[in-house]
Ligand binder design. Structure first.
Ligand code: NAP
Length: 478
């Protein structure tokens, strides 16, 4: 199915707007032009924030039943046109059509959960009489919206990660400005279309397209922005934190997730899960499996099965239902991954399979013997490359897993409950999957990392806490 080049506009203060400059959105598969979006100027960014100030008042005044209705209506709209949403995700990004269909379905879930949670933004009564002298006081606290939220989002889940910010922002009565990744802005604009169709009052949601390097500073440092909800890489995240000033910050950053496979594991199951976890979305996945620690005794068997399963992966046309893996987001990224692999090989790593680049495509790649002093051993690869490490026992696996600066999620395969509990207690991560790879998430669970993987938690109920503040009310009785 072809995508019609229409020249998309951005949504500012409830109006679809052009700008003087445009950004070309290209399909990474063949570099063909899919569409264009405006490249907003600094003035347009400031104007957007001004419009959102009024949007914040409108959003806060929306009764909860209306927030629920609007969010559910947006979810209905996406459900009705889910094939179109999937097509855009897979055209502008790296995902195959099957991966994109899953993301569109997840987005509907994310919005439905947001609508559900909107009715549960509760406070509680407070026992003021616990303090001597306060016997004649009664009261409670409730949670109120904070104002305008800036949502800055990455390319790898261009629809659902935007919904993870827009859904809870509207559910909690806030206005929100989305600045999507410049390479994948179309899915975010389509999400805005769903909300407008659902009858969301104008100015509550804006989607401003433009380069983060040009309009990002204004958005993140503006005093009227009360929270920055950022999902993206460590470099941009740290830059934003430095510039943000006094406001709430939620940071969903990268990782190089570990998975431990102990000798009592179901090897077939472990191979199936970790291959999928390593190569989902061509490895451009914050939860992607990058390091697998395998107990010595089963290393040879696991490695053989892992390579065999990897070599069955079909890389190619994203729009084919038969394809398992598409290209990286662009050739530059594929070259970056290629260089990281080459550096590891130069320093002594062994290439077990893969390592071939063709423009933006990079074959699923498996390495072993990777020395500690190469980038790939400690940094996030964000590409279809996985490293197999033999370990003597669980203690060594835990120590190695924790030896990096990241800590988003981890996985362990074992039938031994004591060992599973030890890993749960000792691994420095925000989530641990037992008998699954690190690449598992439902949209309702608390999601986020420790160390350089981030600050705060998403997952609707948890995002709602971050996007609201408690206000205490106390009645003094005579
Ligand atoms: P990125 O380069 O950090 O960009 C993310 C967003 O930040 C884009 O919208 C980008 O705009 C914007 N941006 C960049 N510099 C900025 C600045 N100085 N001020 C304001 N905005 C700025 O990340 P990416 O390459 O799109 O995504 C990959 C990264 O995201 C990986 O590290 C991955 O692990 C992480 N990620 C984390 C999670 C999670 O939930 N923990 C989920 C998905 C992805 P432009 O596109 O215009 O540059």
């Amino acid at each position: 199915m072809a995508v019609q080049i229409r020249g998309q506009r951005m949504l500012i203060g409830g109006k679809w707007k052009d700008s003087e400059q445009i950004i070309e959105v290209r399909d990474p598969q063949d570099n063909s032009l899919i569409d264009t979006v405006p490249a907003a100027t600094k003035e347009e960014m400031l104007h957007c924030i001004e419009e959102s100030k009024e949007g914040a008042k409108i959003a806060a005044a929306m009764p909860v039943h209306e927030r629920i209705r609007v969010i559910n209506a947006a979810a209905d709209y996406i459900e009705e046109y889910k094939e179109r949403y999937a097509l855009i995700i897979s055209k502008e990004g790296s995902k195959t059509i099957r991966e994109a269909q899953k993301e569109a379905a997840r987005c509907i879930q994310t919005l439905r959960i947001s609508a559900e949670e909107a009715r549960r933004i509760n406070g509680e009564t407070l026992s003021f009489d616990q303090m001597p002298g306060s016997e004649n006081r009664v009261g409670y606290y409730y949670r109120f919206p904070i104002g305008i939220i800036a949502a800055i989002t990455p390319f790898n889940d261009p629809l659902n990660l935007v919904a993870h910010k827009v859904g809870p922002a509207i559910a909690s009565g806030n206005a929100i400005i989305v600045k999507p990744a410049s390479v994948t802005p179309l899915s975010a604009l389509l999400l805005a279309e769903a909300f407008l169709h659902a009858g969301l009052p104008s100015k509550v949601l804006s989607v401003i397209t433009g380069h983060g390097s040009e309009i990002g500073d204004i958005l993140v440092s503006h005093p009227d922005i009360r929270m920055i909800s950022f999902t993206g890489g460590l470099t941009a995240g740290e830059d934003i934190v430095r510039k943000a000033g006094l406001k709430k910050i939620s940071m969903e950053l990268g990782s190089n997730s570990p998975v431990i496979v102990l000798e009592d594991a179901d090897i077939e199951d472990a191979v199936e899960s970790t291959v999928s976890g390593a190569f989902w979305a061509a490895g451009q996945n914050c939860l992607g499996v990058q390091r697998i620690y395998i107990q010595d005794r089963i290393m040879a068997e696991f490695q053989k099965a892992f390579i065999s399963r990897t070599e069955q992966y079909k890389v190619g046309d994203k729009q084919s239902n038969q394809t398992d893996m598409g290209p990286l987001i662009n050739e530059k990224e594929a070259i970056r991954v290629e260089k990281m692999v080459e550096e590891a090989i130069e320093k002594g790593a062994l290439l077990l399979t893969g390592g071939q680049r063709n423009e933006a495509f990079y074959t699923p790649t498996v390495l072993t013997n990777v020395p500690k002093n190469c980038k790939i051993a400690t940094e996030e690869i964000f590409g279809p490359v996985v490293i197999l490490y033999p370990v003597a026992d669980l203690d060594e696996a835990i120590e190695q897993s924790n030896s990096v600066d990241y800590g988003l999620q981890a996985g362990i395969f074992t039938k031994n409950i004591e060992k599973a509990h030890k890993a749960i207690a000792k691994l420095d991560v925000g989530g641990i999957m037992i008998n699954d790879s690190s690449d598992y998430r439902i949209d309702a669970m608390p999601f986020g990392g420790v160390k350089k993987s981030g600050l705060g938690r998403e997952g609707i109920k948890f995002a709602l806490q971050e996007m609201t503040e408690p206000k205490v009310v106390c009645f003094k009785l005579n």
